[in-house]
Design a protein. Structure first.
Length: 254
């Protein structure tokens, strides 16, 4: 029995080691493929670079770097809408990346904006709200909650000013982060944003070509999807006071 148990353990360890080795090989292969995309880009072969990055995404490899590089590729190909789309996707995964913010802001300067520009305070608050990713917020909440619970348990056996301070401050911060995390999850689950990927996207009064065109949106314009019906999305641009229906093929979800 003891020998059989040892054999089982050795088998499991071998399987884990093999799995780790295979993962390491896959990581190296992915790095080489990613590097080839960068080489294509540097040499001005944007179609090949696009194919490399999109192949990585189709294989389930999703990183902010891939989205960022795809945004650069589409910008070089004069596809402003898709460039902005992928910069936005990159920021969902890495909201504090300065290069992505810079490129996104620069790309937006080519959009004919009709809305009033976001004021400095709103921009600051929005940046603070999205400063951490959902994973980052969840990790911070878990660490603080663990610290809070350990302090509470320790407080049962010994009472010190330090423990009382830890319980107070960790509890308050944990509560604030919990509220922050809940709001981010709610927004992530309820709000769907999209980007216009073609020029002069028609926003009609109803879901069909027979309805009148209320307005046209420039390529790269960001909007909120509030509904859908067959081949149409109901969209909203609160700053411009625009609501209507746009064809699904003209916009793409972030």
């Amino acid at each position: 029995m003891r020998k059989a148990g040892i054999l089982v353990v050795l088998f499991l360890l071998g399987a884990v080691a093999a799995s780790g080795a295979a993962e390491g090989v896959q990581t190296k292969d992915t790095a080489k493929i990613f590097a080839s995309g960068a080489d294509y880009y540097q040499n001005g072969n944007y179609d090949s670079a696009q194919a490399v990055y999109e192949k990585l995404l189709s294989d389930g490899i999703v990183t902010p770097e891939i989205y960022y590089n795809l945004g650069n590729v589409y910008y070089k190909k004069n596809k402003l809408g898709r460039a902005i789309l992928y910069y936005e996707r990159a920021l969902r995964l890495a909201p504090r990346d300065s290069d992505t913010h810079y490129n996104l802001d620069y790309a937006r300067t080519f959009i004919k904006e009709t809305a009033v520009s976001e004021d400095a305070l709103s921009r600051l608050l929005n940046g603070a709200f999205n400063f951490l990713t959902l994973n980052g917020l969840a990790l911070a909440f878990a660490v603080l909650f663990t610290l809070f619970m350990l302090a509470v348990i320790a407080r049962i056996y010994v009472s010190t000013k330090l423990l009382n301070s830890i319980i107070l401050y960790a509890g308050c911060v944990c509560l604030l982060i919990g509220i922050w995390l809940s709001l981010r999850i709610w927004e992530n689950e309820t709000r769907i944003d999209a980007i216009a990927i073609t020029s002069d996207v028609e926003v009609r009064s109803g879901p069909g070509n027979d309805y009148s065109v209320n307005s046209k949106l420039p390529e790269g314009k960001k909007m909120e999807i509030i509904g859908e019906r067959q081949d149409w999305y109901a969209v909203s641009l609160a700053a411009e006071n625009i609501k209507g229906w746009a064809r699904k093929k003209d916009i793409e979800k972030i």
